[in-house]
Write a protein that binds this ligand. Structure first.
Ligand code: DGL
Length: 264
């Protein structure tokens, strides 16, 4: 393994930064490439076939160009649809991001768990499987919240978060909950932890918010155990969209150690 081989973190947009932030906490020196498929954003409103083809194609080409030691699909939508396919195609470790239903089921006291994700994520058989395996005997209430993806992207660009989008997502959960109240909410989209403060305020102090970023970072670290890291001149941020898209995100990218940018 080349010590400068990067860890490639891939998402449709800025959501992948939540995974990168958790990774930086435990592997601060690892060379990283953060890739955002901004030309394909949002994934959540696309079909399964479109997402699978797009993600597998892009990750294949990115792996050829950047020769990563590991790829992390830091996107629940892409992972729940295309993880198996990408693993079949690439011969390096692929870490996916799937809804943190298991820790949520361990934490809930009321037995009612909310799950906020994209439209595409909440309808996946992968989520049915996680529910059957880990939340048996509990209630999992799924709510699509596409507006939160837009709100998170806006927030990182320094724009105000639309309070209506937060209210809509929370109301969607509450309307379905019935008598046993939701006390735990799974943030099943990597964009949503960027709105932790806003969601937590709207849901109230008795509701715990769970996301998988720390667990994913630990998984990446364990797969890289024993490997050498040669810190490079700074992490690289890659976008499939126009490079100007990164201009408004400059300070945010830099705060994640991403000091170079290029278009893919
Ligand atoms: N960040 C992505 C996820 O975790 C999806 C956002 C989108 O492109 O719709 O699901």
């Amino acid at each position: 393994m080349q010590p400068d081989a990067p860890i490639l973190i891939f998402d449709s947009g800025v959501g992948g930064l939540t995974v990168l932030a958790a990774l930086r906490e435990i592997l601060p020196d690892a060379p990283v490439i953060f890739a955002a498929d901004q030309a394909g954003l949002p994934y959540g409103t696309k079909s399964e076939a479109e997402i699978a083809a797009r993600v597998a194609g892009l990750l294949g080409r990115m792996s050829e160009r950047y020769r990563p030691r590991l790829v992390c699909i830091a996107c629940n939508t892409a992972s729940t649809i295309a993880l198996g396919m990408v693993r079949d195609v690439l011969e390096i470790p692929i870490v996916g991001t799937v809804p943190a239903i298991k820790p949520a089921a361990a934490l809930t006291r009321t037995g009612t768990i909310g799950l906020l994700g994209t439209e595409a994520t909440i309808r996946q058989a992968y989520v049915d499987k996680l529910e059957a395996e880990f939340a048996h005997g509990k209630r999992l209430i799924r709510q699509a919240a596409p507006g939160l993806v837009t709100a998170a992207e806006a927030k990182l660009r320094g724009e105000p978060v639309d309070p209506d989008e937060i209210a809509k997502a929370v109301a969607g959960l509450r309307e379905q909950q019935g008598r046993a109240e939701i006390d735990t909410v799974v943030l099943a989209c990597t964009h949503f932890p960027l709105l932790h403060t806003e969601l937590s305020q709207a849901l109230g102090p008795d509701v715990a918010l769970i996301d998988g970023s720390r667990g994913i970072a630990r998984r990446i670290a364990s797969l890289c155990e024993g490997q050498e890291f040669q810190a490079d001149s700074g992490g690289l941020a890659v976008t499939t969209g126009p490079l100007e898209n990164f201009a408004t995100l400059g300070a945010v990218l830099e705060s994640h150690g991403l000091t170079r940018a290029e278009r893919f």
